[in-house]
Ligand binder design. Structure first.
Ligand SMILES: O=C(O)C1=C[C@@H](OP(=O)(O)O)[C@@H](O)[C@H](O)C1
Ligand SMILES: C=C(OP(=O)(O)O)C(=O)O
Length: 669
């Protein structure tokens, strides 16, 4: 997950390949609650691991539920038959509607002393219609803040089950879902009827609820969309094992990607289209119908059991007018596809957008306008006009802590003007798809020249590594410690019985060309063996310096270094990053510090790792190494002509990071 303040998406040119999507949020949270409410053990496969499911899991544990998590397989021992908690419990529901609403209903029907809270936005999301219905049923619920909104306090009910329970359905379908999941707990002796007041929105989510209830032994009788009868004698029964489909709403971004992005001709048939694993056209999730809307706009989609394949069809896409009430979440993706269409797109019947993670009509309108689009909006509709080539503007997309705003606008990076797009607070995708951007980068492609590189070159112990890795972390970029490649090469050469002299140059170069090296955080692995300590020693550094003067070895490592230039960008540190390896890098920094200062830092570093060291001899070694590095004929250490010099002798690491980021902002404006 990208936890940076912002993520700059370089201009993207195409996309192809396969993505396996994480589990459905709607199915996951329903299955968790249903498994908790029944007797016996349920093994859930492919559960979504995200903020929304974590708050549900935490709540179930607080209730005393036994939950065993093993990757995406979760084993839950239900509470049915167990003692219901008597102590007061406070639950934190984050911003998960699928946790807040159904859990409120289940807790209110069972009774106890429970407080349910969420993030500030959750306290602005309505729950009054559900509370009214539950009060009608005899539940005791108090508002702890504003009337009609969480936080709530739930106490002991006096259930009155003799008349139908009315619930409004025109603000959120989750209120009806909540009742449908809670009331089987009270329907042992008599049937319970729920009557929907007003037009029910987001109906396909009710179908998910009914479908899953059936899997847990509850056969609800549906009479149109107005009446739902939970039969007498209903009792939750674990299905034993259940499998969660991949999230159809998450699929919408990749369906759109397949429709918008050209393939990669250099990869032949492999370079065509996007394949989505985990969900197919026969999904039980209503948002799968997004594929029809995308097809109407031009996407070519084929599907089989649990997979979808999408190719670009009509181009530009076709503007459409669509009632989106049945696909409220995925419809947001259509708003961004609309920017690539041949005429305006109007999405209708989407009033619920205004009370979700943010006011989504306002958010989609504001952010599309920042890109240059003309957008009109009404209480329950939005019209987006296409944005022709030549009119896209550089924008920093505000994401309103709304995962879907972030995911939707990532698709703007395919704009024909090749303008990068900044996504603020990218970690908001954690609500339903923590690794969204990683998944996007695994299939998106662009010319190497579009992928930004920042080079930090400088002499040994100048602090390049710390500076480069910190800047990389701030920007969410990859990090190449090119010095480590020379250290590993020397290590591998010595292991192979070679000398580090010119006599073995060709053999060392052969080794370097196929170096089985991997970086995992701070660790460096050679042939899957951790060689971090061995190569980081003083001797490791001297050995690296020896192999690095051999031109054939330098040449052999060029392709390997280039391969680190991957989306969304690269921070490369070394001695010839800006001069030889990435001469077209957008920002080059030459980092220096006095020999005395560098010897002092190196001394501290070695002592802290438990190595003994003498500051005077360290300084002499450093100066000898500087001299050798600067005078070697292959890539001598020298600043690139266009490098900015940074002497950090008297700067803190924070100051140096701030300086580089400031230069970078200046370049990317
Ligand atoms: O029941 C569900 O799983 C959901 C119902 C929908 O909400 P509304 O019924 O409020 O539209 C949807 O937007 C939400 O993401 C998930
Ligand atoms: C509306 C959404 O979430 P919630 O389940 O919190 O309502 C959503 O995921 O788009």
């Amino acid at each position: 997950m990208f936890s940076t303040a912002f993520l700059d998406l370089p201009a993207l040119q195409g996309a192809s390949g396969t993505v396996t999507l994480p589990g459905s949020k709607s199915i996951s949270n329903r299955v968790l609650l249903l498994s908790a409410l029944c007797q016996g053990t349920t093994v859930v496969h492919d559960l979504l691991d995200s903020d929304d499911t974590r708050v549900m899991l935490a709540a179930l544990r607080q209730l005393g539920c036994d939950v065993l998590v093993d990757g995406t397989t979760v084993t839950i021992t239900g509470l049915g038959g167990c003692a219901w908690p008597r102590e007061a419990i406070e639950f934190f529901m984050g911003n998960a509607g699928t946790a807040m609403r159904p859990l409120t209903a289940a807790l209110a029907v069972q009774g106890g002393d429970f407080t349910l809270k969420g993030v500030p936005r959750m306290h602005e999301r309505p729950i009054g219609d559900l509370v009214d219905a539950l009060r009608e049923l005899g539940c005791t619920i108090d508002y702890l803040g504003n009337e009609g909104y969480p936080p709530l306090r739930v106490r002991q009910p006096t259930l009155q089950l003799d008349k139908p329970i009315p619930v409004r359905g025109d603000v959120s379908s989750q209120f009806l879902t909540a009742l449908l999941m809670a009331l089987p707990l009270a329907a042992q002796d008599r049937a319970i009827t729920i009557e929907v007041v007003g037009e029910l929105i987001s109906k396909p989510y009710i179908e998910i609820t009914l479908n899953l209830l059936a899997r847990y032994g509850i056969a609800v009788e549906r009479q149109g969309w107005e009446r739902f009868v939970i039969p007498a004698g209903s009792r939750y029964q674990s299905p034993g094992t259940i499998h969660v489909e991949a999230d159809a709403s998450s699929a919408s971004y990749f369906i759109a990607l397949g429709a918008i992005a050209a393939g990669d001709p250099s990869k032949g048939s492999q370079g065509k289209g996007i394949r989505i694993q985990g969900v197919g056209a026969d999904s039980i999730q209503g948002d799968i119908r997004f594929m029809d809307a995308a097809a109407q706009m031009g996407a070519q989609i084929t599907s089989g059991p649990n997979w979808l394949e999408i190719n670009r069809g009509a181009w530009p896409l076709k503007g459409i007018t669509l009632d989106c009430n049945h696909i409220p979440d995925a419809a947001m993706t259509l708003a961004v596809m609309a920017l690539y269409a041949d005429g305006p797109t109007t999405l209708r019947n989407i009033a619920s957008w205004r009370v979700k993670e943010t006011d989504r009509i306002a958010a989609m309108a504001n952010e599309s306008r920042k890109l240059g689009a003309i957008v009109e909006e009404g209480p329950d509709w939005i019209t987006i006009h296409p944005l022709p080539a030549g009119q896209w503007q550089r924008a920093s997309i505000h994401t309103y802590d709304d995962h879907r705003v972030a995911m939707c606008f990532s698709l703007a990076a395919f704009n024909p003007d090749q303008i990068p797009v900044r996504i603020e607070d990218p970690k908001c995708v954690a609500k339903t798809f923590p690794d969204y951007f990683e998944a996007l980068f695994s299939v998106a492609h662009t010319a190497a020249a579009n992928i930004p590189v920042i080079c930090i070159d400088g002499p040994t112990a100048s602090g390049k590594g710390t500076l480069a890795s910190r800047v990389a972390a701030q920007l969410g970029y990859h990090y190449l410690d090119s010095g480590a490649l020379y250290r590993v090469t020397a290590h591998a050469a010595l292991q192979a019985g070679l000398t580090l002299e010119a006599a073995d140059e060709a053999k060392i170069a052969d080794l370097a060309r196929q170096l089985p090296v991997r970086f995992e955080g701070e660790q460096v692995l050679l042939n899957n063996v951790d060689v971090t300590d061995a190569i980081r020693s003083e001797q490791g550094g001297m050995n690296a310096s020896k192999v690095s003067v051999l031109p054939a070895v330098r040449e052999a490592l060029v392709a390997l270094q280039h391969s680190f230039r991957r989306l969304p960008g690269l921070l490369a540190d070394g001695r010839d990053m800006g001069t030889v390896i990435f001469p077209n890098a957008a920002l080059k920094v030459f980092l220096t510090a006095s020999a005395a200062k560098r010897a002092e830092r190196r001394h501290k570093q070695l002592i802290s790792k438990g190595f003994s060291a003498n500051i005077e001899s360290l300084r002499a070694d450093l100066e000898a190494r500087d001299a050798r590095d600067m005078s070697r004929s292959a890539s001598p250490l020298q600043p690139a002509q266009d490098a900015l010099q940074l002497d950090n002798s008297s700067l803190s690491i924070e100051d140096s990071v701030a300086q580089v980021l400031d230069w970078w902002q200046g370049k990317s404006r």
